[in-house]
Design a protein around this ligand. Structure first.
Ligand SMILES: [Zn+2]
Length: 312
């Protein structure tokens, strides 16, 4: 799919227990995506940001509001650099979600809200809604048919969203899922002029899978731990390290292709090898797992090549 077709904008509401408790999603990343509509015809994404940023007196929120102009995350989801947090977009005591997914949607899912009605152009908002759900399914490797319930499916006695808003554009939930599947299947035409590498280029592009493995396994947990310990300089360091790894893989934080991969700093390679790969290599060797040890060695060599260092 085309991961850079639209921009995901992020403007987070303040942390407050009734809207944005600031708690990480139960399993760190979203387990499924609940398709809502706002039930508030004519109100756009900005309106909902302002509403939830000052809401008192009741518990309610959702992560992402999509209108005909923008896709706005008001609570972190993990599509960008900020790890996903919980939001209050379903009722805890209605347990369809627990039965179907093993988790309550408040704890483990992203709530995605379609804005509609009034001056909002349905088709433009719907296209963005489809694309965003496709982006999430791609990023977290989820099949749309299984992992995009509507709020109505989770709470049929009380709720009619997002089917109600879809009806305005003559769509059903089934149509939505079909369109999400089609969006994922769109192949991206490679740009006509692939970035010419300078002839003197002395480094290799880091495979994105290697960058992702390192970030998921080591860098992000270290970043989270530093944040939890209120060690902001450490946290910033790990954030930069993740950015550098992605740039070395030729992608930005949303995995969109950069014009060219950026050479990795030698100090980054040394740190990753010293801090994580070398201990992992020894542990694998001591556990009698030579394949795993080879794997860590291969990763270290990808890093060295990405920094223009000799491989070992
Ligand atoms: Zn809803």
């Amino acid at each position: 799919m085309n991961l850079s077709k639209y921009n995901i904008e992020r403007c987070y509401i303040a942390k407050r227990s009734n809207t944005r408790p600031g708690l990480r999603l139960t399993i760190g990343v979203p387990a499924f995506f609940v398709a809502h509509d706002t039930g508030n015809p004519g109100a756009d994404a900005e309106n909902h940001y302002r509403y939830f940023n000052t809401l008192t007196g009741r518990s309610a929120s959702a992560h992402t509001f999509i209108d005909d102009k923008q896709i706005l995350e008001i609570i972190p989801t993990g599509t960008g650099p900020d790890p996903g947090e919980k939001a209050w977009h379903v009722l805890y005591n209605v347990t369809t979600d627990n039965e179907r997914f093993g988790y309550n949607a408040n704890d483990a899912a992203i709530g995605v809200e379609l804005c509609y009605g009034g001056g909002i152009d349905f088709e433009a908002a719907y296209k963005r809604f489809v694309w965003y759900l496709a982006f999430c399914c791609t990023k977290w490797n989820k099949a749309p048919r299984l992992f995009i319930p509507s709020h109505k499916q989770l709470d049929p006695a009380r709720k009619i969203d997002c089917d109600n808003a879809l009806k305005i554009g003559g769509r059903t939930l089934k149509d939505l899922i079909v369109d999400v599947v089609a969006e994922i299947a769109v192949s991206v035409v490679p740009s006509p002029a692939p970035a010419p590498k300078p002839a003197e280029s002395d480094f290799a592009t880091l495979p994105v899978a290697v960058a992702t493995e390192l970030i998921d396994k080591y860098v992000r947990p270290a970043w989270s731990a530093a944040r939890a310990a209120k060690q902001q300089p450490e946290a910033d360091h790990f954030h930069r390290l993740a950015v550098n790894l992605r740039s070395a893989g030729g992608v930005d934080n949303q995995l969109r292709p950069l014009v060219a991969a950026v050479k990795l700093h030698k100090s980054n390679v040394q740190e990753i090898v010293f801090r994580w790969l070398s201990p992992a290599w020894y542990a694998a060797r001591d556990a009698g797992d030579p394949d795993q040890a080879k794997h860590y060695n291969a990763i270290a060599n990808h890093l060295r090549a990405a920094a223009g260092m000799p491989i070992e």
